[in-house]
Design a protein around this ligand. Sequence first.
Ligand SMILES: Nc1ncnc2c1ncn2[C@@H]1O[C@H](COP(=O)(O)OP(=O)(O)OP(=O)(O)O)[C@@H](O)[C@H]1O
Ligand SMILES: [Mg+2]
Length: 293
Amino acid sequence: MGKSKEIKTYSDLAGDGGSDIMGQVIAHKAKIEANLSGIKQVIAVGSGKGGVGKSTISMYLASAFNRLGKSVSLLDADVNGPALARFAGLTDAPLIPGQNGLIVPKTKSGIGVISFGSLVPESEAVDFKSVASGDSHVWRATKEFSTLADFLADTDWGKLDYLLIDLPPGAERCFQFAEFFGHKTSFILITIPSEVSQGVVTRSIAAIKKTPSPIIGYIENMSGYYCIDSQEVKPLFPSGNAKLDIPLLGSVPFDPSVAEHCDRGTVINYANDSPTNISLQSIATKITNTLEV
Ligand SMILES: Nc1ncnc2c1ncn2[C@@H]1O[C@H](COP(=O)(O)OP(=O)(O)OP(=O)(O)O)[C@@H](O)[C@H]1O
Ligand SMILES: [Mg+2]
């Protein structure tokens, strides 16, 4: 047997091993900040709980802001399970580099959407190359964050009133994203009335409060069921309404046509006077008044 190779550990490295890793991180953060400087408000839409309507509310809020005459784009931070490209009808929109960075695909009404759903068809997994096969779980979160950092730094966002960021599920992720985006990004939390959802969202709020990131308030989604036949909002969950320790921005009933428009990618054409739409429009107005944008 030959002499075994000497295995080095991190403690054998002098300083940062010559990588200037801290310098690189600081430079990248500065690049992101400079690239977002034309945006008046960056708002992350999170929850912690999965499937409560983060992506749906993000898309509809963007649409409601658009109707108020605000310029708005969306960043789908759910790299793993992107939804916004489909909701916006932009699954076939290519992401093309332009002179000042990645060109943001837009809906007919002018809402910009950056989503992995425009890059990777639903029939394919979103894969990140790992340095060692079988170890992708080690790299995954790091790769996801570095991909998002690249989207933030290298996209030509232009001048915007709002950039809405649709977060993936996971209570611990709210904390990670709050740290990642920094204190200039405000949070809106989405819950449904169930106690289990309120429990997870309460945990997320506690996590965000450990950071300097401001929380604007919460939206109660699926607060009831809008029956198109009787045009009434009927109870959906037995637990009554959600009560969290942050301002309530509004309650949004479940409306089957909303689910249909999401699936079909026709959200933007949809502006009727259902209680769901009226509520989302009034939430957008409330946010606009609160943030004075
Ligand atoms: N108020 C609503 N009315 C009708 N359908 C809704 C409503 N809110 C959400 N949905 C539907 O419920 C499903 C889940 O919503 P959505 O994908 O927005 O949840 P999510 O919280 O983003 O999920 P994930 O945790 O996977 O990111 C979608 O099919 C969506 O269209
Ligand atoms: Mg989602």
